[in-house]
Ligand binder design. Sequence first.
Ligand code: PMP
Length: 437
Amino acid sequence: ASKPNDLNAFWMPFTANRQFKQAPRMFVSAKDMHYTTDDGREVLDATSGLWCVNAGHCRPKITEAIQRQAAELDYAPAFQMGHPIAFEFASKLAAIAPQGMDHVFYTNSGSESVETALKIALAYHRAKGDGSRFRLIGRERGYHGVNFGGISVGGIVANRKMFGTLLTGVDHLPHTHLPEHNSFTRGEPETGEDLADALERIVTLHDASTIAAVIVEPVAGSTGVLIPPKGYLKRLRNICDKHGILLIFDEVITGFGRLGTPFAADYFDVIPDIMTTAKGVTNGVIPMGAVFVKKEIHDAFMKGPEHLIEFFHGYTYSGNPIACAAGIATLETYQEEGLLTRGAELAHYWEDALHSLKDARHVIDIRNIGLVGAIELEPMAGQPTKRAFTAFLKAFEEGVLIRTTGDIIALSPPLIVEHEQIDRIVDCIRSVLAEID
Ligand code: PMP
């Protein structure tokens, strides 16, 4: 395969990223745990693409379902009409959802799921006659996509500072990373749930009657796999309940087996009011997201035909038949192969493998939960992110795809990963870290 001649034009639609322009890494095919590059090399995927290909790449069952559906019913509007497969998929999703979260709004991405969830939260309070609840609370280092709502509640200042005011009435909880508890420990930090009490302070500051919802990633993924202290999410739930605030879990990464349970809500035994998903919902193969809500919240948002005159919500591609077919085949694959809980079976092996890097060069912290891992490196003096990015480049040369965020290596292999492949990922990281400055 040849590379496009004009890389500037080629990369324009993507986020500006100089390193990629300098050395584009092109994938031309994929199978199960591996990508193949345009120069014919196999690369072991330790990141499930972008945290999404949970069942591995190019699974025939999913590919065939897409082909069949595309030939049979390619598109149908989601308004005033429909098609059975959208209902079938929604009921299958509801069957694996945390208890009571049995209503699904379809979207086309994680970012759209977040925008939808925030709208639902605000509309819920208004439908209940409580229009004064307009504030949304996110968390430092939370990532909720790239759209206006998501960057407003998100905790990454760089992503929002050039866009001015954005959503007003947003505040943020402190982030949940407690290095002194996390460093090289096994499993979750035991203490620190009182971090959630920061919500009480925010409530006092703004008054509960102005706060609509709190949105958190149960485990912050993109910003470096920040695992909350044990009990943190339960305490957050209790505080929200006490003050009539809705709790939104952004499960775009943690959904669909990543933590060894269908959803993080199951792992932490905390049921949110609204739950956003995307990525793994179709194994990353077709753009799709799904927002799960309780019936009461669904009904308030939709409120009946007379209310529909006043507002409108929905996307042209909501519940697209091909996406739904991909989703059903994905869900069946997860279920037939036990992938929604495989992360739990592999968690110990994964943890031991990652923690064998304790004495590897440059490593200052190791975190893991389910089939997610983070290896935090000591930043190079004066050149933050350089060390991790160099590790990424070297690992790629050695045939392993890792992901870095800041000076953190983030790992999230497909849930079909085998022990030998875990060993290969860890051995590669160890040798790469030994080589780099
Ligand atoms: N929320 C979370 C927690 C995410 O990790 C992401 C993507 N990494 C998003 C939202 C946005 O999803 P998308 O890129 O599909 O818009």
